[in-house]
Design a protein around this ligand. Structure first.
Ligand code: SF4
Ligand code: SF4
Length: 435
């Protein structure tokens, strides 16, 4: 039985994402406040002394002023894996590159990709790969799925599914909308699956000897990696998830001087993604990336500049709307961050209709994730991180997933085409009501 559940969020002892150090708690109530007002979870169920409802986003850890709530610490498991003799492949989410520097007193938004790769190599990783490639795969599948749904009129609006906390929110509070969720796995879910089921074979590695670690801004991914729906032929596809905060701690404990590291490149044994994959880390980024590819898939033409820099879906407003034309239809888009704000849209869906809805749980998307360096959710910091991603995208030669030659190669060699049987087997998933 949890104490003080009237004041603060209760946390189950087996929560895979977060934990509370009891001795530190000052009963300030900030965790419950953010959970109720921004996440829309506390206050929407009654604690009965048994089951605890948590969507694993970790925003309570971000606002706890005394570090009583923290991410589950998987740093020692990480070091055990490095020393186990297995081949450790690290995959790094887009928004890590614009926030990791903050752990070493560098400004928010500063792009530290090269130093980040060098640091992960120094820790002993065999491979360091970019999850932006997984994001490009997600877009190829999700844009194709959207086009199918628009043509058939079924299961609209389509909801994005790359945020595991949002997926759990729908499964828990709005199971009637489960079929609206895209069946696409998240970029980490796709990339880890391809690494185990294709990359390993291509490179003569026993998949059970390949240990995949995701470095992310997200504590919900610790929960997602364990979802039974995502277990593959060789067990968990993504073996471990560590956050930006954990990586910062690890580098400090190993006395790695981050600021002075010489830039290194992601391993060439596996491809990197496009600019569309990079902007996934900001609210609106998944929508913008999907629109770039959906436009091409329906017209055969590259998207115009206003869709390549789709300002209507950018920025720190928590509900943004826009309209585009696809298949001669007006397509209504909605981009939301904060699942409390998503409630207000879902509750009116019958009368206020959309075709495609992106929801990310954290403030301004993953740039404000529950495993990011703490900034007390100040918008200047999360905005600086998002701007770092947008400017990285603008400088890239390939800015849309369908233009990534390596994506096309993977479809040719292994997946056949978006939504093929092979793609569905390795890149898609199912959901369960958790009401
Ligand atoms: S925010 Fe931290 S200190 Fe405040 S009640 Fe929650 S756990 Fe305790
Ligand atoms: S918004 Fe990003 S960081 Fe936050 S729970 Fe969702 S996927 Fe994780």
């Amino acid at each position: 039985m949890e104490k003080y559940s009237e004041i603060r969020v209760p946390i189950a002892h087996d929560n895979p994402s977060i934990r509370r150090k009891e001795s530190r708690c000052v009963l300030c109530g900030k965790c419950k406040d953010v959970c109720a007002k921004q996440i829309g979870v506390a206050g929407y169920w009654k604690y009965d002394g048994n089951d605890i409802v948590c969507i694993n986003c970790g925003q309570c850890a971000n606002v706890c002023p005394v570090d009583s709530i923290e991410e589950q610490d998987d740093t020692s498991t990480f070091m055990q894996a490095i020393n186990s003799g297995k081949k450790v492949a690290i995959i790094v989410s887009p928004s890590v590159r614009v926030s990791l520097g903050e752990m070493f007193n560098m400004p928010a938004g500063e792009l530290v990709t090269g130093k980040m790769v060098a640091a992960l190599k120094k820790l002993g990783a065999e491979y360091v790969f970019d999850t932006t490639f997984g994001a490009d795969l997600t877009i190829m599948e999700e844009a194709s799925e959207l086009i199918e749904r628009i043509k058939s009129g079924n299961n609209l609006p389509q909801f994005t599914s790359c945020c595991p906390a949002w997926v759990k929110f729908v499964e828990t509070f709005y199971p009637q909308y489960i079929n609206n969720l895209s069946s696409c796995r998240s970029p980490i879910g796709m990339q880890a699956s391809i690494l185990k089921h294709h990359f390993a074979k291509q490179n003569g590695i026993d998949p059970t000897n390949l240990y995949v670690v995701a470095v992310t801004p997200c504590v919900a991914k610790k929960y997602e990696a364990k979802r039974p729906e995502l277990v593959g032929e060789y067990g968990q596809n993504c073996n471990l998830v560590i956050t930006v905060r954990e990586l910062g701690k690890l580098l400090k404990s190993q006395k790695i001087n981050f600021k002075t590291l010489k830039d290194e490149q992601f391993d060439s044994a596996y491809p990197t993604g496009s600019g569309a994959g990079v902007i996934f880390g900001a609210s609106g980024g998944v929508m913008e990336a999907a629109v770039r590819t959906a436009y091409y898939l329906t017209t055969g033409e590259n998207p115009p500049t206003n869709l390549l820099n789709f300002s209507a879906v950018r920025g720190t407003t928590n509900i943004k709307t826009a309209k585009i034309k696809l298949l001669n239809k007006e397509i209504k888009l909605c981009v939301i961050f904060g699942t409390a704000a998503a409630r207000s849209v879902l509750d009116k869906l019958k009368t206020k209709k959309y075709d495609f809805i992106e929801v990310m749980t954290c403030p301004n998307g993953c740039v404000g994730g529950g495993g990011q360096p703490k900034c007390n959710n100040t918008f200047s910091t999360v905005e600086a991180r998002a701007n770092g991603l947008y400017s990285a995208d603008e400088k890239m030669q390939v800015r849309a997933s369908y233009l990534n030659p390596q994506i096309n190669k993977l479809y040719k060699e292994f997946l056949n085409k978006p939504l093929s049987d092979t793609a569905k087997k390795y890149l898609h998933t199912t959901y369960q009501s958790k009401k």
